[in-house]
Design a protein around this ligand. Structure first.
Ligand code: JHZ
Length: 415
């Protein structure tokens, strides 16, 4: 069995530049996959825990996980659907509009979305009368999208699949990938696939959480087995060049705690001022220096210490606490800080696939959001802190009645 066919294997060299000059700087401990929610009758089965060790490549600067868990384990049946959030629906509609404007795409041109989930982003492109196609490895979501008229291939995007799509559907004017490159182990094969499929005038537009935001806001909970790479622009630009792809523009966007949207083309056009500005910023912030990551590790320890101390002191005062948003990142905080049902009575969440289940590792029960007002707990730990504005606005009645939200990152705050 080759390494990549195993359920979990260890990285030997940097996945972007093949260097073995990797510095291990953070170990979050053995953790179950963060979207591995459990049914009630499965809670007593032994769960699988995987290492969560993070490295920094001293040669190209890519931050990455030291172990790779098979995509089959994580994505075959996927419970994360961004379309339940108003913020994300608006975000996708804006992205589609911008993509059409930047590429000058016309009616009938092909747009491909990689990691298309339930097809929400692609639906925004149908209003421009473009030909749409999704690719997603989650069987449940690909089925749902196909039923709703969004043609979706169920699988991982690879060079082989790209060649097949090119043969069947022609070249793509737009390829999108929101929160997908971070999930790819074989980046070289993936980018060759993009090159085969993208038209000369087309753009590959992808979004991923930005390393500078992760470090500055101590977003360590976004580090989990699904995210194999934590990109900054410096290693990305080098990697793209290796594949004769060119980084033309970049925008910082607020989603998921701070991300970037990058625009990649096949023609070697001059990159925008914004690209140069971010490359400079990364140098200034020490993105290529090991000390940056060692400092980050100390801050992560501090977050854990302060959060656990606060929750325990509230529990000792007999306060009732629940969680809000059974997010993947929430499950990392809970497992890393060992916060279980002895501390949080339950978690409320809007995604129907998660409701009625239990969180991986810590086994906290998940209920629909309506339970918050019904129970009116004293405190609510906001595990989906990236949607703080949307959630706090939605739950204004809870606050009116005296309920308080706790935000753990980047600084412990009660609102
Ligand atoms: P949310 C996902 O991580 C997984 P997660 C993935 N690997 C990825 O890359 C990142 O996103 C970027 C709930 N909620 O989106 C819904 C409410 O209950 O931060 C979700 O369960 N009420 C693809 O899982 C969770 O919170 C609400 O009003 O960390 C948010 O999860 C809203 C807005 C959300 O992603």
């Amino acid at each position: 069995m080759s390494a990549s066919q195993k359920e979990v294997f260890q990285l030997e060299v940097c996945r972007a530049c093949d260097s073995d000059n990797l510095l291990l700087f953070l170990q979050l401990g053995p953790t179950p996959v963060p979207n591995g929610f459990l049914k009630a009758h499965h809670r007593h089965r032994a769960e699988k825990f995987y290492p969560l060790d993070v490295c920094f490549c001293k040669d190209c600067g890519l931050v990455q996980l030291a172990h790779v868990v098979s995509p089959k384990v994580m994505f075959k049946n996927y419970v994360y659907i961004p379309s339940t959030s108003e913020t994300m629906r608006t975000h996708f509609a804006d992205l589609a509009k911008q993509a059409v404007k930047k590429t000058g795409a016309k009616e009938g041109d092909l747009v491909l979305d990689i990691g298309s989930n339930d097809g929400t982003l692609l639906k925004s492109f149908s209003s421009f009368k473009m030909k749409i196609l999704g690719v997603d490895p989650a069987e449940n979501l690909a089925k749902k999208a196909n039923q709703e008229g969004v043609k979706t291939v169920c699988g991982l995007f690879t060079l082989d699949l790209a060649k097949k799509i090119r043969k069947d559907e022609g070249e793509a004017r737009i390829i999108t990938g929101t929160n997908v490159v971070a999930h790819v182990h074989d980046l070289n094969d993936f980018l060759e696939g993009i090159k085969v499929l993208l038209s000369d005038e087309g753009l590959f537009i992808c979004e991923f959480p930005y390393l500078i935001d992760l470090i500055e806001k101590i977003e360590f909970d976004t580090i989990y087995q699904e995210h194999l790479s934590y990109f900054s622009i410096t290693p990305l630009e080098k990697l793209l060049k290796k594949h004769k792809l060119f980084l033309l523009d970049v925008q910082r966007i607020p989603v998921h705690g701070g991300s970037v949207r990058v625009f990649v083309g096949r023609k070697p056009l001059k990159s925008s001022k914004q690209v140069k500005k971010l490359l400079q910023l990364e140098r200034k912030k020490g993105i290529l220096k090991p000390e940056t990551y060692l400092k980050f590790r100390r801050k992560v320890d501090k977050v854990r210490h302060e959060l656990v101390q606060l929750l325990w002191s509230l529990r000792l005062k007999k306060k009732q606490i629940v969680g809000y948003g059974a997010s993947a990142k929430g499950n990392i905080i809970l497992n890393y800080c060992r916060i279980g049902p002895e501390t949080l009575d339950c978690i409320v969440d809007s995604i129907p696939y998660k409701q009625g289940k239990f969180t991986p590792g810590m086994h906290i029960p998940i209920f629909p959001e309506e339970k918050l007002l019904k129970d009116q707990p004293d405190y609510t730990l906001l595990l989906a802190w990236n949607f703080a504005d949307e959630i706090i606005k939605k739950q204004s009645e809870y606050r009116k009645r005296g309920g308080k939200f706790i935000l753990a990152l980047p600084k412990l705050t009660i609102v």
